[in-house]
Design a binder for this molecule. Structure first.
Ligand SMILES: *Cc1c(COP(=O)(O)O)cnc(C)c1O
Length: 365
């Protein structure tokens, strides 16, 4: 049996009539930007994310950049973030003329280790960007305590963690600002690029909605950028959003099935869910000391897998200017050669999962 890594086609098949209808309506109205679909999506997403405000943006990377502009990052300001993420998290710090300061992860959750944050703080530090990687919330209580002790802001990168919760609080509402991506493959995906920003702070919300739209309509009080969500994306996301809760539950159920079977195999480590957290399982990531051979073995059995990500951020050529050594980030460095993302998506069938499990079982370590 062939098991794809993701299956957007089957998700869209079930929503096809509705999606076709709303896209047709946008075309009929010829209202492609600044229309009512995006406005309504902002209200509906804020509500579903448990936040007072949502501002739609062009993509998740812009969301991070705009959030940093709202918080006033200035040249030379230091921003602490995790060594294990997608490069959008750190490149936007540089784009904001800040200095990226990487911090290692905690060894179990693939998220920033709060115990290693304080040693990175200097007089130039202004903020912390934890990433809820793979859908697991970072350990927000100690992070928020460090931030308040040192007067730092916190941006939560929620691009992979729609509907995840930390101590029953939705991610994105714990720090000052939460940033989301609606890239097609994310837990809530548009049909192209799209993103969003949530906050409970109405001053930030107002500033961000101006900044992302050339500094506001009519009177331009500030210079901004152009990072708008298209009406077509807004309309598509409004059709999908009511399903997000069920899709999240299906991802969690699929993860529980993997857990049940894979926990018996001693040659791999299954992902843990840390206490007091609900994991949205954007990815189900196992670890194996023979990862590359296991990946090839699974490929031969028709199982698609991914490595998210093959190189820890600080060790990428993009950051060679810092001259880091692997031993500066022992956990992230060790994980980069062991992690393997298995197929997980709301529509994955039990048969498909059993095929994955059997293929892993037949691997000779
Ligand atoms: C996808 C992603 C982003 C960027 O989102 P885009 O919409 O692709 O720009 C940022 N951070 C993380 C952790 C992501 O996974």
């Amino acid at each position: 049996m062939k098991v794809p890594f993701n299956d957007l086609k089957s998700q869209h098949n079930s929503l096809q009539p509705q999606l076709g209808e709303v896209i047709k309506k946008v075309i009929e109205n010829a209202s492609f930007i600044h229309g009512k679909e995006v406005k309504l999506f902002e209200e509906e997403f804020a509500k579903s994310a448990g936040a007072n405000h949502c501002i739609a943006t062009g993509n998740g990377t812009d969301s991070l950049y705009i959030a940093m502009q709202a918080l006033g990052v200035r040249p030379g300001d230091e921003v602490i973030t995790t060594a294990h993420s997608w490069i959008a998290t750190s490149e936007t710090i540089t784009q904001s003329e800040g200095r990226v300061v990487f911090c290692d992860t905690d060894g179990e959750t693939f998220t920033i280790d709060p115990l290693k944050i304080e040693e990175k703080i200097t007089s130039r530090t202004v903020g912390i960007i934890p990433v809820h990687l793979y859908g697991q919330p970072a350990d927000m209580d100690p992070i928020m305590n460090i931030a308040s002790k040192h007067n730092l802001w916190v941006i939560e990168d929620c691009a992979q963690a729609h509907q995840a919760k930390y101590k029953n609080r939705p991610v994105g509402t714990i720090g000052d600002i939460g940033t989301f991506s609606f890239y097609p493959g994310k837990n809530l995906g548009a049909m192209g690029d799209a993103g969003g920003i949530v906050t409970n702070n109405s001053e930030y919300a107002e500033w961000i909605s101006m900044y992302a739209r050339h500094g506001g309509k009519g009177r331009h009080i500030i210079e901004g950028i152009n990072s708008r969500m298209d009406e077509i994306q807004g309309a598509v996301l409004r059709v999908k959003l009511p399903n997000l809760n069920l899709w999240t539950k299906k991802r969690q159920r699929a993860a529980a099935i993997y857990d049940q079977y894979l926990s018996q195999f001693h040659h791999i480590h299954i992902p843990i869910i840390a206490p007091n957290r609900s994991h949205s399982f954007h990815s189900y990531v196992i670890r194996s000391s023979n990862r590359d051979r296991l990946k090839t073995h699974l490929e031969k059995h028709g199982i698609a897998t991914m490595i998210n990500y093959p190189t820890a951020l600080p060790l990428l050529p993009a950051y060679s200017r810092f001259n880091y050594k692997c031993s500066d980030f022992p956990i992230a460095h060790k994980n980069q050669s062991e992690i393997l993302s298995l197929p997980i998506f709301p529509e994955i069938s039990e048969q498909q999962q059993l095929a994955v499990i059997e293929a892993i079982d037949s691997f000779e370590n």
